[in-house]
Design a protein around this ligand. Structure first.
Ligand code: 7TS
Length: 420
């Protein structure tokens, strides 16, 4: 993990970090905001907000097009963001970083393009039972298009992959001779499970299977080193990592990206166009049709520069402390059950309470200024696996505090008095 230890890091001080997030001074229903919905989207430090608006105020122009000064400056700022992301995830080349509108777009690009490149009738794509709908539906569509079959790694009671029992296959045999693609999440948005992706990728590689990782919930919380993981493609969103909405990345191994057909056609992704035949631009532009979200990408670069200022291991330790405290205190509540009790977790805690609807609890918490997400979290098959219709989910970020966890626990207890 050389990428995150190469520069001098600021010491982790939660109050110093909080001071950089303007939204944390907001009141909700007259109460200080306690923001525990970071898995849906994280809040933004002032630096990121400033970088995005400075683009519009001072260098707004289209990229890679004009000879004029503003266009050059906008292009340089956008490409600097690409280099920042490259360093952060330890990709080999800047052109291995494709900008998209988010994880959803990144996985749709991957599924559409890889489907066309690799899938034939009877081939298999393997996903896991804890995937977000964004890492299920694009693969279903690709399988439907090419006559391939979607296979699912089952989930244990604690919320981990059950690699010994793939339905219809021999024990300990996740992959068959027909498996072409493995698409798995690094971290579960609903359970918080940190999956042993490196191990499974190594197994897949031995069989020549292409590996795609959904890193939406990992990127802000773990040291992500794509070369160390050995994955072929890695997808994430900017907005879950302190950056703007409408931005995302698909990292790809150069030789695979070279072979993959383009996903969308349009301006900027071409080399030469005639009515008979079009040739495509070099990487990464082959996959970036049309005017990108330039301001957002510049904001994304600033968010990653901001993350680089801190030691992610220290941030992970802080978030883990919040998780342990929340787990212990919530479990002491009568009738409360935590869904997702894996050994390795990020700061995500999903729970159900006997006789209480998650929506009602979420509404009562909101009245106390506490933002959580309720529902199925875009993981309906996982809800079915655990036999629940939804959960209440608190998801932590580096700016959250122990006092806020105490406020959540007190808020749940107060809510229960009203609901029971
Ligand atoms: N994959 C995972 C693991 C996610 O958690 C999410 C969003 C996505 C993909 C899609 O990301 P997007 O940025 O393209 O929307 N997860 C959540 C969530 O847990 N609550 O709201 C969005």
């Amino acid at each position: 993990m050389s990428n995150s230890t190469s520069a001098v890091k600021s010491a982790f001080n939660v109050e110093e970090i909080r001071a950089q997030f303007p939204i944390l001074k907001e009141l909700v229903h007259g109460k200080p905001l306690v923001y525990f919905d970071n898995a849906a989207t994280s809040q933004k430090p002032r630096r990121v907000i400033k970088a995005e608006s400075a683009y519009y105020a001072t260098i707004n122009a289209n990229v890679h097009r004009g000879v004029h000064t503003l266009s050059t400056k906008a292009t340089e700022a956008q490409e600097a963001a690409r280099e920042t992301v490259r360093v952060h995830i330890n990709a080999k080349h800047a052109h291995d970083i494709i900008f998209t509108s988010g994880t959803t777009a990144s996985i749709n690009l991957a599924a559409t393009s890889l489907g066309q490149l690799l899938l034939k009738k009877g081939d298999e794509v393997v996903i896991s039972g804890m995937e977000h709908h964004s890492n299920i539906v694009p693969w279903q569509l690709a399988c439907e298009r090419h006559g391939a079959v979607l296979k699912v790694i089952p989930i244990t009671d604690s919320g981990e992959w059950d690699l010994a029992q793939i339905p219809g296959q021999a024990r300990n045999d996740v992959f068959t001779d027909k498996t072409r693609i493995l698409a798995i999440s690094h971290v579960s948005n609903t359970l918080g499970t940190i999956n042993p992706v490196k191990k499974l990728i190594a197994e897949a590689k031995k069989k020549g299977i292409i590996t795609v990782v959904d890193g939406a919930q990992a990127i802000a919380h773990l040291n992500v080193d794509v070369q160390d993981l050995g994955c072929d493609l890695y997808a994430f969103s900017g907005h879950k990592a302190y950056g703007p909405t409408g931005t995302g990345v698909l990292y790809g191994r150069e030789d695979l990206l070279e072979r993959m057909p383009p996903w969308q056609g349009g301006g900027e992704m071409i080399d030469v166009v005639t009515f008979e035949k079009t040739t495509y631009a070099k990487l990464p532009f082959k996959f970036e049709a049309g005017t990108p979200h330039i301001a957002g990408i510049i904001g994304l670069g600033e968010a990653f520069r901001w993350m680089e200022d801190y030691d992610k291991t220290a941030i992970a330790a802080h978030e883990h402390m919040l998780l342990e405290h929340a787990t212990k205190e919530l479990l002491a509540i009568d009738g409360l059950r935590i869904i997702g009790t894996a050994k390795e977790k990020v700061g995500v805690i999903s729970f159900v309470i006997e006789g209480v609807h998650h929506y009602d609890l979420g509404t009562l918490l909101d009245q106390q200024g506490i933002a959580v997400r309720t529902g199925h979290h875009c993981t309906q098959p996982l809800m079915d696996r655990f036999g629940v219709s939804g959960t209440t989910r608190a998801s932590f970020a580096c700016f959250n505090t122990m006092a806020e966890v105490d406020a959540l626990v007190a808020g749940v207890k107060k809510g229960l008095k009203m609901l029971r």
